[in-house]
Ligand binder design. Sequence first.
Ligand code: ADP
Ligand code: MG
Length: 257
Amino acid sequence: DRTGEIELAVDGLVKRFGGITAVDGASFEVESGSITGLIGPNGAGKSTTFHCITGIHQPDEGTVAFQGQDITGIAPYECADYGLVRTFQIAREMANMTVLENLMLPAKHQQGEALWRSVMPLARREVEAQERDLLERVWDTLEFFEIEHIAEEKAGNLSGGQRKLLEMARALMTEPEMLLLDEPFAGVNPTLERKLLEHIHELRAEGYTFLIVEHDMDLIMEHCEHVIVMHQGSVLAEGVPGQVTSNEQVIEAYLGG
Ligand code: ADP
Ligand code: MG
C-alpha cells in the first residue's frame, strides 16, 4: 500500500513549441491514492503537461518521476508497463470495433509484449487459458462500468458519455496504478457524469491514483482533495480546495483569462 507516498513528481518541466513556451517550469507532486485536480484557464499548459508525463511530447527541461523512478522522456507505450495511463479518445480505426473488442485490445497488446519477451513459446492450452482470463477481465470491467449491454455495440455508435466510460474502461484494462484524465466529463450528460465520478471514487478506494484535468472548477473542488492551479505554463497555486478558491491570484487568473 503506497497511500500517502508520492506517486508522481513533476519537477521544473519546460516544453516549448517554436516561440511558444507551453509549459514553463511546472513543478508539482501527486500523492498516491488521491484524486488530484489540475485546473487553469484555457492555454495554461495542462494538456501539454499530461503529454510530457506520458511521453507524447519530450520535455525540453525538467524531470518526471513515477513511484520514485525517473520516467522523463519515456515512450508512450512504456508508460503502461510502469502502471501509468492516460485516457485517449477512441481513434477513427477503433470506432468500427465493438466495445468488447476495444477492451480486448490494450490487454492483448501487453500480452503480446509479454509473449514476445518470453524465451519459451507458450503451449496452446496456456494461450487459451490466457484468453479466458482476459475475457473474464473484460467482462468484469464492463460490469463495473455497467456497460455490459453495449458490449457488441460499435464504439462509433456510442453517446458522448458512453464513449467516456469506454475510454476509462480501456485505460483500466492495462492494469494501471495511476490514471491521468484530460477533461473526462466534456460532453457528458449530468447522469453519466455522476456515474463516472462514482466509479472514480470507487477506484480510488481500491487504491488507484487520479490526476484529473477539468474545466469545471466547482466539480474539481467537490471531488478532489488536492488541487493544482496552472497559469501560463507554471503552477500558480495549490492546496486543498478551500485554499485554492480563496487565493487572490487564482481568482485573478480566472477572471483575467
Ligand atoms: P490547456 O490544456 O491548459 O488548455 P495546452 O497545454 O493545450 O493548454 O496549451 C498550452 C499552450 O501551448 C497554448 O498556447 C497552446 O496553443 C500551445 N500548444 C499546445 N500544443 C501545441 C503544439 N503541438 N504546437 C504548438 N503550440 C501548442
Ligand atoms: Mg487541454
